[in-house]
Design a protein around this ligand. Structure first.
Ligand code: PRP
Length: 200
């Protein structure tokens, strides 16, 4: 799965390259197409901003089906006792009686997805399922069902293909593993020269 990228002083490496991503996302698109082949209405794919946008764009182009798309944004913060999650951007669609697919880039602790599912089920969809590009199942705090999974990955910090570090690095075609997160935290621009031809 990995090949070493030398720029950035060994702080990162390619984790899943663009060809492998395209292949797996294509297969997920086919899976979802089959799932909704006989659906009465097009499913509504709900992307959770912002990390899942690149995955969504590729996924829906790989689905041989008519679909609708909507977006939600979630904010989460941790206090001493618990993690609080709330909706900061809600859907434009009424999902009552519709087939709904939550589109995530990554499921980690499971807290966000658990909250989202609870919120969406209350709105009375015909069906609800989840597709995630990445599943860090080893880090799960709350057990949560995920029907369609691209890659089950170990506990590595990833950036690229939609995923960020402090808002950067979302726009790379490949997915990278950050090998030295402490160094990146000290120097958030560390990966820029290696990942992009022109640094600002
Ligand atoms: C990521 C991801 C999920 C959430 C999963 O979002 O897109 O929504 O974390 O984590 P959990 O399973 O531990 O709840 P993030 O907060 O990084 O926001 P972003 O997509 O805007 O980068």
């Amino acid at each position: 799965m990995t090949e070493v990228a030398t720029a950035g002083g060994g702080a990162y490496e390619i984790f899943i390259g663009r060809e492998r991503l395209a292949e797996r996302v294509g297969a997920l698109g086919e899976e979802l197409g089959e799932r909704f082949a006989n659906a009465p209405e097009p499913p509504i794919l709900i992307a959770v901003l912002k990390g899942s946008t690149m995955f969504l764009a590729d996924l829906i182009r790989a689905m041989p089906a008519d679909v609708a798309v909507d977006f939600m944004a979630i904010s989460s913060y941790s206090s001493n006792e618990a993690t609080q999650v709330r909706i900061v951007k809600d859907l434009e669609h009424d999902i009552t009686g519709r087939d709904v697919v939550i589109v995530e880039d990554i499921v980690d602790t499971g807290l966000t997805l658990t909250y989202l599912k609870r919120s969406l089920v209350e709105r009375g969809p015909r069906s609800l399922c989840t597709v995630t590009l990445l599943d860090k199942s080893a880090r799960r705090i709350v057990p949560v069902e995920v029907e369609h999974i691209g890659f089950d990955i170990p506990d590595v910090f990833v950036v690229g293909y939609g995923m960020d570090f402090q808002g950067r690095y979302r726009n790379t075609p490949d997915l990278y593993a950050v090998k030295d997160l402490a160094r990146l935290a000290n120097d958030p621009l560390l990966l820029v020269p290696g990942l992009f031809a022109s640094a600002h």
